[in-house]
Design a protein around this ligand. Structure first.
Ligand SMILES: NC(=O)c1ccc[n+]([C@@H]2O[C@H](COP(=O)([O-])OP(=O)(O)OC[C@H]3O[C@@H](n4cnc5c(N)ncnc54)[C@H](OP(=O)(O)O)[C@@H]3O)[C@@H](O)[C@H]2O)c1
Length: 342
């Protein structure tokens, strides 16, 4: 197979506002001995892209392609003998021409070269579009409801940003465990979509008193766990809505990072507080295989519906618009960029 010497990518040469996002021409990513080379069809948009663009999360060098997940066709395999003989590598059953999703920085590019452990082959029932939309948020939702707080039947769980890409997956998976889902969102339209994805009660936080409603719905006891992707704006109120010995999972920073606080804050209700990242739960090759297999199974058998809000072009303007819509709270579900025809 012959490859171009240059590829198109979308990224940044400095951190800043939306206008720092530009088209980049980068050298073709040379296949490293332990990497899989993938021709990208679709790339998924995540809130984390905005953190890198703004400089909230550090970037090592510029130019830097944005994006952290994509899916497409495998065009080259690792050549390192040690990798080829690794039992976990063999279990992935990689094949040139096969489809796969990848997790790694710089995914808004025509081709990506990714360490094999972060490449997840797709079964027939999962398209590259769905996989690019599902990998990060699906793996986050699955690991967080298992390892950050192991959701049990009968639990009552609060999910902020319930109508977002991650939120709709949390709602479906928590509901499927037999727990009650209380969500928060901004508009009645978003609330209806969240309910259609498993939320039992949705609080319109701009019109209602969220703390009061949660306490009403839980007989004054509070919820067993909170998954909070809003961050700064909701952190204080979380302590009023969590029950004694409950778990607050700080998921992200949509409104800004949570400021420092004293550990004594946890004393009042013996609260557990975590601030995990999916990448530390899906870290070893075995964890990657376990969670990706589970994710593709849940999608293929229809348990988990991936709602794609819109498909944005693979241009600087397209990436700018996707980020504007995401941080502007205008989206419901997942945003993707179409990079090439599958
Ligand atoms: N820790 C991890 O490994 C991990 C992995 C994936 C995602 N995350 C985090 O999960 C959260 C959701 O990510 P996502 O990609 O699925 O995004 P998203 O939920 O689709 O979009 C963000 C939503 O947050 C809500 N929101 C509330 N307050 C906001 C504010 N001040 N500014 C902007 N939005 C606000 C908006 O919904 P309403 O209109 O309903 O308010 C908006 O639609 C983010 O914090 C992200 O960083 C963390």
């Amino acid at each position: 197979m012959s490859f171009p010497t240059k590829i198109q990518a979308i990224g940044i040469n400095k951190t800043g506002d939306f206008d720092v996002i530009e088209k980049l021409e980068l050298p073709f990513p040379q296949p490293a001995p332990g990497n899989v080379l993938v021709k990208v069809h679709y790339a998924g948009v995540n809130f984390i892209d905005t953190y890198f663009r703004k400089g909230l999360y550090p970037i090592n060098s510029f130019p830097s392609a944005l994006g952290s997940e994509a899916a497409g066709e495998i065009v080259a395999l690792p050549t390192d003998e040690k990798v080829l003989n690794d039992e976990e590598f063999k279990l992935r059953k990689f094949a040139v021409g096969g489809k796969a999703a990848v997790y790694g920085q710089g995914a808004f590019a025509e081709y990506v070269s990714v360490p094999w452990a972060k490449v997840f082959p797709l079964p027939d029932g999962v398209s590259t579009k769905t996989a690019a939309a599902a990998l990060t948020q699906g793996a986050t939702a699955l690991t967080f409801i298992t390892e950050a707080y192991n959701v049990q039947k009968g639990d009552i769980i609060l999910v902020h940003t319930v109508a977002g890409g991650l939120g709709l997956l949390f709602a479906q998976l928590i509901k499927a465990r037999g727990a009650t889902v209380i969500g928060t969102t901004s508009t009645p339209e978003k609330a209806e979509i969240a309910k259609a994805h498993g939320a039992d009660h949705v609080i319109l936080y701009k019109q209602e008193d969220t703390v009061q409603r949660v306490l009403e719905l839980t007989n004054g006891e509070g919820v067993h766990a909170i998954f909070d992707g809003v961050g700064k704006d909701t952190f204080e109120a979380d302590f009023k809505m969590i029950r004694r010995k409950g778990t607050i999972v700080s998921v992200g920073n949509a409104s800004g990072a949570v400021p420092p606080f004293p550990p004594l804050k946890l004393v009042e209700k013996n609260v557990r507080l975590l601030r995990p990242t999916m990448g530390n739960y899906v870290y070893t090759p075995e964890e990657g295989r376990t969670y990706s297999t589970e994710l593709w199974r849940l999608i293929a058998d229809g348990t988990l519906k991936i709602r794609i809000h819109a498909e944005y072009p693979f241009t600087a303007e397209g990436v700018q618009q996707a980020q504007k819509d995401l941080v502007g709270g205008k989206t419901v579900g997942k945003l993707v960029h179409k990079v090439a025809e599958p």
